[in-house]
Design a protein around this ligand. Structure first.
Ligand code: FRU
Length: 485
């Protein structure tokens, strides 16, 4: 019910332009923030959440995102637009989708791009909240979630909006929460998945089929044998290295030991399904990230065939303070882009895209036994290979973040520099390698080839930083680089 108190206003492109030209002082304030990230995508000002519509077209990566530019003055969300050619330098453009029709008046919510014959088909959820009655629950009444299509030749100019599906077109046992379409092709046919909540508060992913990318027929839903959360947001289907996976963000799962520590979850299921018939098998759910700030990732295949993921470097309804940057009028960022691959165990793994290596400067490489210590700049990359892996080590990162491996648990302790973030971890039988990227106010830690990842915002003094490894017997090599944009 808390959301009923939010006053979200629709906003047209003209409204936006007018307000934007009056925003110099807010922009200046945001850009003066020492916490602004140096090589991550972040909002010029205001609020950013999910990555949307990711694609590469004619060599240029288009990254759209959920954007509330004048936050905390709450207008409905629209699609911000950023491009890059190298994943290091980002160019910010005028937003492309505004909540300016009856189908999306309360938000141009998340969606995807599917390219066909050079034409970008952009599918998204038009969110509508009715306010004519005070007691709507916004689950079974008072809400619309429409599937809307726009097309574009260049990623900057878009066609008129076209309504493809409304709630009445989704299966009748669903609540009004159906959103975040992703479109792909398999076996020469087109498919769309959407996240859903049914009337029994059970989450699933719906699968629709189409011959023309316009009319869609419901085919089946992917769900677990036992209910697993009340709503699954932001589904993605991907097939790296010929392994099929379904990514989803289930909401409403209780913390269980080290698992599901954040309020909302994000992970993948190995998927056995050939898109013929309706029999499928979902493997066990595996969290994509064990840190404090990761949600709603989107995956796409670039022109070279790589599967690339951007995640929202935050999480909804976090109990800790994620909004320190709000003093400067901006909040949240994207993760670095990560290439996805399946390892020899069939696990979905993440590694920083290769382009980021171009930021490397001033390297140091050494073999170590027991310990090493090195002064660190705020933007750095550290790779550690443990040739003789043992337990009982701790790695101090920057001022006071600590990664520990003890009693079969790898944990990240942010208690002293996390703005309310504490300790989260994962059970691991061995740690072979670490790959860490630090930016002014973020840390991304890839473990064992990225089979596990910890993503977190960090708020320390940014002065006199180090990387310091301490252990009894662990030995290996370390590589350290300063990163310069
Ligand atoms: C996930 C999400 C999506 C929705 C969007 C709205 O963070 O809730 O399900 O489309 O954000 O901004």
């Amino acid at each position: 019910m808390a959301s009923m108190t939010l006053k979200k206003k629709p906003m047209t492109k003209e409204d936006f332009r007018k307000k934007w030209t009056e925003s110099h002082s807010q922009l200046k304030l945001a850009f003066s923030d020492p916490l602004r990230l140096r090589y991550h995508l972040q909002p010029p000002m205001g609020w950013l959440n999910d990555p949307n519509g990711l694609c590469q077209k004619d060599g240029v990566y288009h990254i759209y995102h959920q954007f509330v530019p004048f936050y905390p003055d709450l207008c409905s969300v629209f699609w911000g637009h950023v491009t890059t050619k190298d994943f290091i330098h980002y160019e910010y453009h005028e937003p492309v989708l505004y909540p300016d029709t009856a189908w999306d008046a309360n938000g141009a919510y998340s969606g995807c791009t599917f390219q066909k014959d050079g034409l970008m088909h952009v599918y998204y959820t038009g969110n509508v909240r009715h306010t004519d009655k005070a007691d709507y629950d916004y689950i079974t009444e008072g809400r619309e979630q429409n599937t809307v299509l726009v097309t574009s030749e260049d990623g900057f100019h878009f066609s008129e909006k076209r309504l493809l599906m409304a709630n009445k077109d989704y299966p009748s046992d669903l609540s009004l929460h159906v959103r975040d379409p992703q479109v792909f092709s398999e076996n020469g046919r087109y498919y769309m998945i959407q996240g859903a909540r049914d009337l029994n508060a059970r989450g699933s992913v719906l699968l629709f089929e189409s011959a023309d990318l316009i009319s869609w027929t419901y085919k089946l839903r992917f769900e677990t044998a036992a209910p697993f959360g009340y709503m699954w947001e932001c589904p993605n289907y991907l097939k790296p290295d010929n392994h099929r996976f379904l990514i989803a963000c289930p909401q409403g799962i209780q913390t269980s030991g080290l698992d599901y520590a954040n309020t909302n979850q994000c992970g993948y299921f190995p998927l056995k399904y050939d898109f013929e018939g309706t029999d499928y098998e979902l493997g066990g759910f595996h969290q994509l990230d064990r840190g404090f700030d990761f949600y709603a990732p989107q995956v796409f295949q670039d022109e070279s065939g790589r599967w690339i993921l951007f995640g929202w470097m935050s999480t909804p309804d976090a109990e800790y303070d994620g909004e320190q940057t709000m003093e400067h009028g901006w909040v949240h960022a994207m993760t670095i882009p990560r290439e996805l691959y399946a390892n020899s165990n069939g696990a979905l793994c993440q590694r920083p895209v290769k382009e980021l290596e171009r930021m490397r400067q001033g390297s140091k490489r050494q073999a170590f036994k027991g310990s090493f210590q090195h002064n660190a700049s705020v933007c750095f990359e550290l790779k550690v290979r443990l040739e003789y892996p043992t337990e009982g080590w701790a790695l101090l990162l920057r001022e006071s973040a600590i990664l520990r491996y003890r009693d079969g648990i790898l944990s990240l302790d942010m208690s002293a520099c996390g703005g309310g973030r504490t300790v989260q971890g994962v059970r691991l039988s061995a740690v072979h390698d670490l790959h860490i990227l630090s930016d002014t106010s973020s840390l991304e830690i890839f473990v064992n080839g990225g089979a596990e990842v910890f993503t977190t915002r960090i708020f320390d003094s940014m002065k006199k930083l180090q990387v310091r490894f301490e252990s009894g017997q662990a030995a290996g090599t370390m590589e350290y680089y300063e990163l310069t944009v």
